[in-house]
Structures are given as structure tokens and as C-alpha cells.
Ligand binder design. Sequence first.
Ligand code: GTP
Ligand code: OAA
Ligand code: MN
Length: 653
Amino acid sequence: MYTLAKFVRQCGYIKPNFASRIVEESLGNGGFTRPYQSIASQVLYGKWNDLPKKVQHYVQDNVKLCKPDTIHICDGSDRENEMLLYILQRDGMIKPLPKMDNCWLARTDPKDVARVESRTFISTENMRDTIPVVKNGITGTLGNWMSPDDLDTELNMRFPGCMKGRTMFVIPFSMGPVGSALSKIGIELTDSAYVAASMRIMTRVGKKVLKTLGNGDFVKCLHSVGAPYPLKEPMVSNWPCNPKETIIAHLPERNEICSYGSGYGGNSLLGKKCFALRLGSILGRREGWLAEHMLILGIENSKGEKKYFAAAFPSACGKTNLAMMKSALPDYKITCVGDDIAWMRFDKDGKLRAINPEAGFFGVAPGTSMKTNPMAMETISRNTIFTNVAETSDGGVFWEGLEGEVSRTTKIKSWLGVEDWHAEQGKPAAHPNSRFCTPAAQCPIMDERWQDPEGVPIEAIIFGGRRPEGVPLVYEAFNWQHGVYIGASMRSEATAAAEHKSKVIMHDPFAMRPFFGYNFGHYLEHWLSFQQKQDLDLPKIYHVNWFRKDKNGRFMWPGFGENSRVLDWIFRRVNGEDCAVQSAIGNLPRKGSLNLEGLQEDVDMDALFSIPKEYWQKEVKDIGKYFDEQVHEDLPPEIMKELRSLEARVNSM
Ligand SMILES: Nc1nc2c(ncn2[C@@H]2O[C@H](COP(=O)(O)OP(=O)(O)OP(=O)(O)O)[C@@H](O)[C@H]2O)c(=O)[nH]1
Ligand SMILES: O=C([O-])CC(=O)C(=O)O
Ligand SMILES: [Mn+2]
């Protein structure tokens, strides 16, 4: 009988820990590197000659450097996916979830669960290209710069021989629909089958990409878990990584990304944050477009009138949930174009057009339920890789927020492997940054134009964050420049998406603080530049806050599907409806203009929309200090002008 196991064996895949040993035995030379034969003979899967010359050179250079035992050239086929999953399962990195359809659970080393911002660097000749020059004596918080020489030293300490005993996967991928003028191609080299299987979901992978690429240029993405054989330390949860040596490096001048030591998605799926946001934002500035940490949604009313909005909220602050919400207002239908990243460009008619460069969702699991996000629940019911969630005794998944949706008799095993987990034990069942990785095409409300190579026209841009105090549910910018100021002054409670202590209120301008590819001051100039251009249809700009809390620490607004009430108000504003009143901070909904029909919960609207004067005076002061210290001389004067006008308006409240 022809089995997958047999096929995998025939291809020559051996367990990584045995690979080097076998090479060692067969060579009888103490296990040092295998004598250099031809690179083609190292290829277990795929054809070396199918690779364009430039790609061959890139692979060749890095095979010499990283010394993998074998090479796999990804073609994106279903059969390949079965192999990847088989290998991952065999190596104990994932296990099947039999209650679901082709779903898998990965548990990481608990030291490798989130993005590591402190180890993320951008390297350019000129420091000021990358980060603002901060005020004397202040530590910068708007990105980490490293000189190319220093970075080379860091990389040379890590990459040589880093893939020994492992297979190198060569992943040709397209960010954006293959062949669209707005899309870009990358090649990721990785020694992680988990990354290969996830990239297949998150991006468009395969032969078509190579064909489109031809001998053109691509973004070079090198990734290693940093755990060559023989291992220096035993693996935890069969999850290879190297947290002590982790580094995520960007070399925009060489169109290159090098990530070492972490297998976690945000650090290892290099098409996402590293390429689509950090390098993307640099390209955007150079070429006159925008790469943003934004969801894209479609909203259609009962008259068949349709608009598209983009929204930037920091990590784990509600993009996925807004992008695929089920509207509480029966008059509206929401459709999803993307949940995390938007590439946007003004077209020849002056309309801002957006594409979602991704093909999947790498979404936060906790909090997702039939009640809060039924569309996500449907999406993740099949072909999904879960990471660091808890599992149920009947072969399903569990996380905080699903309490009402599992039967009382099922037992729960926590993400750390604690059997018979109970909430009373005081630790969460799932890691707060546990994620699902799932194909976008499976979402029942994908917009009919989500893969449109032209992109969709954006009519409103929404900023927001977790603001427990002082910030109303929604307000509207007076104009583009004021809107850019609002984006620049964004703040939010830290979340588990990165290594920061959660609940601290952090500045997170444009929800891009961890993702700026270049100097934030220059980024602001780029945004402001659009108001000088003739005949652009500039979208209206808003700020929302679903996370205001009352005295008892409870959310004042029910959120999720009820957020459609805010989208409705924005929709009508974009249509020019007179339903706003001016306030010191922006335009607020006129009393009674927010549609509250059918709202089940009692909401104290006055409290939800209040703008406490002292709070805002402090806010203005904090933001002024932040700009002065962190952006300093790189702050465009227009932004300071906006801050001063806000201050004057707040003082005269
Ligand atoms: N209270 C409340 N919580 C929300 C709301 N929307 C989302 N959340 C919760 O916030 C958390 C993160 O939400 P996501 O939508 O996954 O965040 P995201 O912005 O897509 O995050 P990244 O993928 O990290 O960029 C989840 O636990 C959600 O359940 C809301 O309207 N109200
Ligand atoms: O990159 C990640 O790990 C997931 C994500 O969307 C974010 O953190 O904003
Ligand atoms: Mn994100």
C-alpha cells in the first residue's frame, strides 16, 4: 500500500535528530559537514532547475551559510501540505484535533510565544532614516536601529551552520493576488516545517509565484529556529527555538530580512510584519503609497449602497473582530477584505485603493466565540493550525471566552499541558496570545472583491485602541491633517501580542509603533503630503474606543457586533448626513444620532461620550512630552500645530 509515511521516507525525510547522525555514519568522518556535492542532490522535493537563476543564487548562498542537510522547494500543492503536516506530527510539533476537520494544535516552548520587539532591528547606513533622533538623554521607543556592520557581526554569530541536521524549505510567496500590480514577491528560506505550513495559509505560495517572478527581484527572507543538531539544550514541547539568541533583522537597503531563534508566527512568517509592514512601509514612502496595520471591511446598507473602511488598532485590539463582525443592526451587511494589513494607493481618479496582501488570518484565539465572532468560529472549524490554545478531551479546542460553548463533562488540557485544567487554578487555559492560522477564503463573509487586483476604494479610516478612561466611543477628525494628528497621538493598553507588561498604557501611533520601517517623523510627513496633492478624494478619519471601563472595571460598551452602530454613524457621516456636533477633540455624534434600536444592554451614553477636561489636559501634556522627547526635531510642524489647537480647545472647555 502506498502511504504518506512511505512517500516521506522515500523522499528522504528523516527525523531531524537522526539526520546528522546518519550523515555522520555514512561519511565516517565524525559528523562534520557533508562533502559538498551538487546542491541539486540535496533537494528532496521540488526541482532545482525550476528555480529562476536569482533564486538559485540566493538559495545556494544560504545553503553554504546555514548548512541544512536537505532542501525542499515548496510548490503549494495539497500533497505537499499533507507531507508537511505528517512531518510535523511525526516530530511531535503538532497533533491532530479529531473533533475538527483537518485542524492541528501546536504547543510552543513557553519562552517563544509572541513577537519580541526588543530584539527587532532595522539596519540602514544612516540611523536617522530608521528612527527619529530623540531628545538628549532619552531612550528611543520608536524602533531599534543597528549599523550594517554591527548587524553583520550579529548575523555571523548565528547563521553559520544553523540548519545542520534540518531541511531547508524554499518558499516562493506573493503578498497580494499573484500578478496584481500592487503585489510583491518574496522567497522565504526556513528550517521550520511549521513556518512552511503556515506560510501556505497566510500567503499565496507555489509555482505560479515563480512563474510570475521570472528572473525579477524579490524580498529575501531568511529564517532559522536557531537549533542545529546536535542540540545544545533539550527541546521543550518538541518546539525548536533559541530565545536567548533571537533576533529579527531588516536590511531595507538589501531588500532582506533575517530572523533567527523564534518559531512564533509574528517573528517567523516573514511575509507578514517584516515584509508587508516594515519593508512595505519603506517601499510605500518611496513609491507614494501606504503599508498599514489595518483591517479592511465592506459595509452595505439595505439600499444596496456599499462602502469600504480601513481601521488601525494595535495588536490584539480588535481588528479581526471588526473585520468579520456580524452586524447587530439588521440593515447592514459587513464583509471582510482583510484583518491585519492594508496596502493602499491613490489611483488615477484620486480614490484610495486598498488590497489585503495576505491570504489567511493569524488571529488571537482568546475571546473568540459564537457570541463574539461567529464568522471567525466558522472559519477556523477546518484546515486550521492552532498554536498555544488548550484542548478538550473530545479532541476540540478551548480558550478563555469559550466557557459557555463546551459541555461540562469535557476535560480541558491547558496550553502548558496541565491535564484536567480548572479556572480556579488561577492560570489561563490558553496562552493570552494563542492564535489560529486559517485560510481567509474559508471565512463565510469574505468580500466578493477581496482578491480584486485593483483593490477596493476606501472612504473612511478609523483609528482606535484600548482606552479604559477618558476617550469616547467615537469621534471624527475635522480634516485630514487633524486625522493624521489623531493617528499620531494614539495610545493603548499593552497586550500579550509582544513582550511588554500588559495593561500599561503605551503610545502606539497609527498602531504601527512595532512595525515602522522608517523614521516616524518622515512617516508623518508622508501621510501629510497627501493633503497637498491635487484632486485626491481623501477619506474621512475617525477614532473609536470599544474599551472604556466604568468605576467597577467593566466595559461600558458591549462591543463586537454592536460596533455596527458606530460603523452606521460613520457610514452616514461619509454620506454627508448632518448628525455630528463639534467638541474640543473632534466631531461627536449628535444626541440621538447613534442608532441604539434593539440594544439589549443598558449603556450609560453620557458617560460613554464624556470628555473630562482634566483628563484631556493631561492627555495633551503627555502627548506633547512624547512628541518632544521621541520625535523631537523630526516632528512635522503641522502635528505640533494640531496639538496646540487641541490644547487651546480643551482649555476653553
Ligand atoms: N470588549 C471587547 N473586546 C473585543 C472587541 N473586539 C475584539 N475584542 C477582543 O480583543 C482581543 C483581540 O482582538 P482581535 O480582533 O483579534 O485583535 P487584532 O487587532 O486583530 O490583533 P492582531 O492580530 O494582534 O493584530 C480578542 O480577545 C477579542 O475578543 C470589542 O469590541 N469589545
Ligand atoms: O504578528 C503577530 O504575531 C500577530 C499580529 O498580528 C500582531 O502582533 O499584530
Ligand atoms: Mn497585527
